[in-house]
Design a protein around this ligand. Structure first.
Ligand SMILES: [Zn+2]
Length: 401
């Protein structure tokens, strides 16, 4: 066996094995119930290589080969990722709530927990409680900590994805510079991936839709406005992880409102939840400070609030129209508290997009609201963890265990 190393220091023979393994496991994950012949065709690998790698995965308990249902003649042998092979842990940390999930590799959610937190308590307290609750859930399932294959974590602030470091988060006091994976890797001995909540919601929404939304924009309208981008089924983070920061795109002709970033006329400063609430206070309404307050008033039938949401949605639509021309997504999914106002919100956004973007870019475009707002972040965190396990580096780590 060659011991020459590639640029990451991995022996080339080992990295080839991991690359082939990654191709096979990824195909099985996306096509559960597939068979050896299809795998050879789809992977472009030789029959011998497929057989060798598969036998190894079956021996490790990662892949299961079972008799399918016969449609006349010998029943086919079907391949799936084994639910017994281990579990994925996912945590979606919000500013005020945290959702936890434990799932197997087939995608079955085995345990869930949602509870209130204060993000400003800092990483030590917040992560310790997550650790305690994960251990309680695992114990309830009768699974040891060693069964954890990977961990996915979402946080409500900017993250350098490569290292999982929180970078200058506006609403997470005490977290700046904290490397989240260090906390979990030490305790679980499993790879830990971290990203911001909007990116993970985008990934979760893609998982709910699959091929029908391979090019998807997820737009979260809350206090601020952010966007997660899925391109060809893969999260697009950009060079520094800042892709999708659409809240600071200038809205042409908008008011000169000053944004938290110091510029004027940013989308967030004229159409974010806080901006809508401020405009309502200027019209004489009281007790309205957040996107949730605006939503409550509009649901109660307050006409000023409904009008303000429609105005804001038109501005958001203007910016999204440019993004549609630039990016040509199949789907735009709108999330955040305002999505309870289905029609007011979506009508303005759709009108602005269809007026401005070209017909070829919009003819198959769906603009819809998130229907799983509360759970889609944890789903995205789990998807990120599984994507890692199925990647060549993930397979490399699995084989080394
Ligand atoms: Zn700004």
């Amino acid at each position: 066996m060659s011991l020459t190393a590639d640029h990451s220091g991995t022996p080339i023979a080992a990295s080839k094995v991991a690359e082939a393994g990654s191709r096979l496991l990824s195909y099985i994950a996306r096509n559960p119930g597939t068979n050896r012949a299809d795998l050879v065709l789809a992977s472009g690998l030789s029959r011998t290589t497929v057989a060798k790698r598969l036998d190894e995965f079956i021996r490790m308990g990662m892949v299961r080969e079972t008799l399918g249902v016969s449609i006349g003649g010998r029943p086919p042998l079907e391949l799936t990722l084994s639910p017994e092979s281990g579990v994925l842990l996912a945590a979606d940390i919000g500013a005020t709530h945290c959702s936890l999930e434990i799932a197997d590799l087939e995608g079955t959610v085995l345990a869930q927990d949602t509870y209130a937190i204060v993000i400003g308590d800092g990483p030590d307290a917040v992560l310790q409680e997550i650790d305690d609750r994960f251990r309680a859930l695992l114990a309830g399932l009768g699974r040891p900590v060693s069964a954890v294959l990977a961990i996915g974590i979402g946080v409500p602030g900017p993250v350098e994805h490569l290292t999982g470091t929180v970078v200058r988060p506006p609403i997470m006091p005490g977290w700046d510079g904290y490397r989240v994976p260090d906390f979990f890797s030490e305790r679980y001995g499993a790879p830990t991936l971290v990203d911001n909540d909007v990116n993970l919601a985008a990934l979760g929404e893609y998982w709910l839709r699959n091929e029908s939304a391979e090019h998807l924009l997820y737009v979260k309208i809350s206090t601020g406005i952010g966007c997660g981008i899925v391109s060809g089924g893969v999260l697009h983070r950009g060079a520094e992880g800042a892709a999708g920061d659409i809240g600071h795109i200038r809205v042409p002709g908008a008011s000169e409102s000053i944004c938290a970033c110091g510029n004027i006329g940013c989308l967030e400063a004229v159409a974010g939840g806080e901006a809508i609430a401020r405009s309502l206070r200027e019209l004489g309404l009281t007790d309205v400070y957040t996107a949730k307050d605006v939503t409550r008033l509009a649901i109660e039938g307050n006409r000023l609030a409904r009008r303000a949401v429609i105005d804001a949605s038109e501005k958001i639509g203007q910016v999204l129209a440019s993004l549609v021309s630039f990016y040509n997504p199949n789907a735009i999914v709108i999330g955040g508290p305002l999505t309870e106002l289905n029609e007011e919100l979506l009508a303005g956004i759709r009108t602005a997009i269809y007026q401005r973007a070209l017909p070829l870019a919009t003819r198959a475009l769906r603009v819809e609201r998130s229907t799983h707002s509360n759970s889609v972040g944890a789903l995205g965190a789990r998807a990120m963890a599984l994507d890692f396990i199925l990647s060549p580096s993930g397979v490399q780590q699995l084989l080394a265990r």
